[in-house]
Design a protein around this ligand. Structure first.
Ligand code: FAD
Length: 502
């Protein structure tokens, strides 16, 4: 088909083939069809980070937009289902809570459901908050099924995401993208050429001398930010003073009998440990602050806390939580780790890749690279990064643990005003206020506030104008949720019936 805009983008070069590179390639191949060439350059020698294994529900929209069949995808990636995250020992020792995907029942008579819970709780008559969400009713029983399409059913009030092998997901998307015309080039980029007047990237050159010119470059080169930082020196904001973990050790182990439809995050002395069940193995990792523990001690702690035999040596990773000053600079868009790093506590990095791609498509440029477009992309991206950052800070800030240096530091640290604002509003009347680009909605914030002991001083004054007996109403809800959870198939049974990997 003929191009109508003479300034249209004709060629895109994606630098890097990790999760970010292949998600971008697949989405562009799907959206641009035949109008523009898409070339992806990656180096097997450099390799990928490849440890992103837990996701959040919007990934289902990403896959659906590409027309990917869920069962085929779960089979191809040794995937499993995720209904939320269980947090162990975060607020205090020997305590746990669940951050669910979905809601706590439904708001009732214009008052959020949790206000009734707070009311009952104050009278000593409330069931545990976790028992009021469908995701935990299923997860705590090791069950999984698709949410009901009937909005009257309690079984419609949860959402889900996936755990998967990130390397297999990239391979899956590579097949998809190549089938739609994306050209993959194997090789190491050694140099780049910029236009003298504008500083725009004109081309990249591989070690073997081959050159690749493009109108638009997507930097998916990982932490190194080959173009966004190496060439354009965009700068980086370091958030380590709020999110102090800066290292991780990742290790797979044999799959245990407990095949949970959720991620587990256990707070440790100098960070936290993840546990992510896949079909063929369980992924584990210790995310820690190098100021408070060294690598050898962290590895020992991690290996002592696996629920199956380790299948490899722990893989060390270093990072600085924060973001690039700009995600889009000149004709380079940074997607994935090249744009910034959000520590993985709420499994948001792959989502940020998806969000970067969605914004790029919504604000797709032509060769004028109008600052109106790039500024808006950066404004949205920054807001998105900062709102997620705030939610993760909440987990650290609200700890009441004082048993180790890390937790004492976190409890005492200053946090951004945007977090204090949320903590204060919840503490006063239990209100969950939202800002633009809040990926995590009121139920997520509720889970962490209550789970970590930020209990409100009073309920919403509007509640006094309702005649509801909160405790009776909540008990009925908890019973209905428990029954619905009981009636679901087991997580393992669901996978066996629908999407077991070969
Ligand atoms: P990379 O995987 O580093 O890929 C970079 C690519 O660039 C590679 O293909 C490499 O070959 C190529 N490249 C680099 N330099 C050159 C060059 N000179 N020439 C040619 N090619 C080059 N995310 C989640 O959503 N959920 C999680 O649970 C999660 N857990 C994580 C845990 C840890 C400890 C860490 C560190 C990250 C985690 N993430 C998680 C993040 C997730 O791993 C990344 O977002 C994801 O892997 C994307 O990485 P990437 O593609 O940006 O970079």
């Amino acid at each position: 088909m003929k191009q109508t805009n003479p300034r249209a983008i004709r060629s895109i070069v994606i630098v890097g083939g990790g999760t970010a590179g292949w998600m971008t390639a697949a989405a562009l191949a799907n959206a641009l069809k035949a109008h523009c060439t898409v070339t992806l350059i990656e180096s097997d020698e450099i390799g990928t980070v490849g440890v992103g294994e837990a996701t959040i529900p919007p990934i289902r929209t990403f896959n659906a937009t590409l027309g990917i069949d869920e069962n085929e995808f779960v089979r191809a990636t040794q995937g499993s289902f995720k209904l939320g995250i269980e947090f162990v020992d975060w607020g205090r020792r020997d305590h746990r809570y669940f951050h669910p995907f979905g809601t706590y029942g439904r708001d009732f008579d214009m008052v959020p459901l949790h206000q009734y819970w707070l009311d009952a709780q104050r009278k000593g008559e409330a069931p545990p908050l976790d028992d009021l969400c469908m995701a935990w009713a299923a997860a705590s029983r090791g069950k999984f099924a698709q949410p009901s399409a009937d909005p009257r059913s309690v079984a419609s009030t949860f959402d889900y995401a996936y755990h998967f092998d990130a390397g297999l997901y990239a391979r899956f998307l590579r097949t998809y993208a190549e089938a739609r015309g994306v050209v993959r080039i194997e090789g190491k980029i050694a140099d780049y050429e910029q236009t003298a007047e504008t500083g725009f990237i004109r081309s990249v050159t591989l070690e073997d001398g081959r050159g690749f010119a493009g109108d638009l470059f997507i930097d998916c080169s990982g932490f190194r930010g080959l173009l966004i930082e190496g060439a354009l020196e965009t700068g980086y904001q370091d958030w380590t003073h709020w999110l102090p973990c800066d290292r991780a050790l990742a290790v797979p182990c044999e799959r245990a009998s407990e095949f949970t439809p959720y991620t587990r995050s256990t707070a440790r002395e100098a960070g936290w440990q993840w546990r992510i069940p896949l079909q063929h193995r369980t992924g584990n990792g210790y995310v820690y602050c190098s100021k408070f523990i060294d690598e050898a001690a962290a590895a020992e702690k991690l290996l002592a806390n696996l629920d199956g035999k380790a299948l490899a040596d722990p893989k060390p990773l270093r990072f600085v939580t924060g973001r690039r000053n700009l995600f889009w600079n000149k004709n380079v868009v940074a997607i994935g780790l090249s744009g910034g790093f959000m520590e993985p506590l709420e499994s948001t990095s792959i989502h940020l890749i998806q969000a970067g791609i969605a914004k790029l498509l919504a604000l797709f440029p032509d060769r004028d690279f109008d600052p109106l477009v790039t500024d808006e992309y950066n404004r949205l991206g920054i807001a998105e990064f900062e709102r997620i950052r705030d939610f993760i800070i909440l987990h650290y800030k609200l700890t009441t643990r004082t048993d180790t240096e890390l937790w004492r530091y976190c409890g005492a640290m200053d946090v951004p005003d945007s977090v204090t604002w949320k903590i204060d509003h919840f503490r006063r009347y239990g209100r969950l206020l939202a800002r633009e680009a809040d990926l995590f909605g009121p139920p997520s914030w509720l889970a962490v506030h209550v789970g970590q002991g930020n209990m409100p001083e009073a309920t919403d004054p509007l509640l006094a104008h309702r005649g509801q007996d909160s405790a009776v109403f909540l008990r009925k809800l908890a019973d209905a949720l428990a029954r619905a959870g009981e009636g679901m198939p087991t997580h393992a049974g669901y996978i066996e019936a629908n999407c077991r990997a070969g």
